[in-house]
Design a binder for this molecule. Structure first.
Ligand code: ATP
Ligand code: MG
Ligand code: FE
Length: 332
């Protein structure tokens, strides 16, 4: 079957067509990064306006790439949440209008389910499976016992990993989005500053990044007061080492405790070269296969929404005309 998917939860307007849940036929992403850069982050009102302007352009481009017509589409999937409500509404209303006009079934998809299913283009899922989700708004360890079932076993108590990257980048006067910038600097810097590791309680799979963030602020501040110069590269490398070590070790421990058959990494921070390498290395001798999407499927796109949408469609889930954007939708 062929699923058309729409994703507008944040600052990328995206449409994709996917065959049988695992083959990308078309994948179009219009990024708004340049429009938000000068504000140092995503401005919700600007994001909504861009989605309105780009939505039909992106959809037409997807059909052009696929060389397909509406007759061949079996279902429309759309991100219903979580995200910016004004941004989500553009996608949801476009999907509803198209489903009505073209007489197609409609499926709502949780954005994080989409990030997880970006891995379906890499490898077929083997359950039980552990997903480390690290993105701009989420940091979670999710246990999946079957397709479409998600059990959150740990999550961040404050900032998300991507949020921490973006905030630390701002302290270092690096442009938005900061994650890729820190990643680049970290690769040439030295781990010379012993930033804290937030292990939390012995048996907890939760995360916390606010202490690390404060520690980075204090370190920069103290160095300034003493007229010392710290290299940005070294701050980046030391910060990244703390984030990567905690993410990797907690994933390793949970993978063993729950005896999973596969580990996957998902979300924008899964693009981080330090994390990709550390996770692969940690699991190298365990016999547990690790899957991480290629860089452009780590950050927001609609192909991942189509992949998750295909599974929901096959399970018989359908959205009604009352489908609505839900900025705080829970994953279940
Ligand atoms: P969510 O998916 O939680 O709703 P989002 O959609 O805004 O949030 P994503 O698009 O999944 O987030 O990811 C964007 C985040 O990933 C940003 O915080 C960005 O800095 C981070 N990021 C992207 N590339 C890298 C990288 N190479 N290293 C670290 N972080 C990165
Ligand atoms: Mg984004
Ligand atoms: Fe995302």
């Amino acid at each position: 079957n062929y699923i058309l998917a729409i994703e507008t939860s944040c600052d990328e307007t995206a449409a994709a067509i996917v065959k049988n849940g695992s083959e990308i036929i078309a994948n179009v992403v219009a990024s708004q990064i340049d429009s938000h850069k000068r504000f140092g982050g995503v401005v919700p009102e600007i994001a909504s306006r861009h989605h309105v302007e780009q939505m039909t352009v992106v959809l037409e481009e997807a059909f052009a790439q696929a060389k397909m017509t509406w007759d061949e589409i079996d279902c429309i999937a759309v991100t219903e949440g979580p995200g910016l409500v004004g941004a989500l509404l553009i996608g949801v209303n476009t999907a509803k209008a198209l489903a009505f006009a073209k007489q197609k079934p409609l499926v709502g998809v949780h954005h994080i389910a989409g990030h997880i299913y970006a891995n379906r283009f890499e490898k077929e899922f083997t359950f039980p499976l552990l997903a480390l989700v690290v993105s701009g708004g989420h940091t979670e360890l999710i246990l999946m016992k079957e397709h479409g079932s998600f059990e959150v076993i740990g999550e961040t108590r404050d900032d998300a990993a991507g949020e921490a990257y973006d905030k630390v980048a701002r302290m270092l006067d690096l442009p938005y989005p900061g994650g890729p910038q820190i990643d680049r600097l970290a690769s040439v810097g030295k781990e010379s500053i012993p930033f804290p590791r937030a292990w939390l309680e012995e048996d907890s799979y939760d995360f916390s990044f606010s202490g690390l963030k404060s520690s980075v602020i204090n370190t920069i501040h103290n160095a300034k007061q003493r007229d010392q110069t710290l290299k940005k590269e070294d701050i980046a490398a030391s910060f990244q080492a703390s984030v990567v070590e905690v993410l990797t070790e907690k994933t390793y421990k949970a993978a063993n405790q729950f005896a999973v058959k596969q580990v996957i990494v998902a979300g924008g921070v899964a693009a981080n070269s330090g994390l990709r390498e550390a996770i692969q290395r940690r699991f190298a001798d365990t016999g547990i296969p690790v899957s991480i999407p290629p860089l452009k499927l780590c950050t927001d796109n609609a192909a991942m929404i189509a992949a998750a949408g295909t599974v929901f469609y096959q399970q018989g889930r359908r959205a009604g005309w009352d489908l609505n954007a839900n900025p705080s939708l829970l994953l279940k």
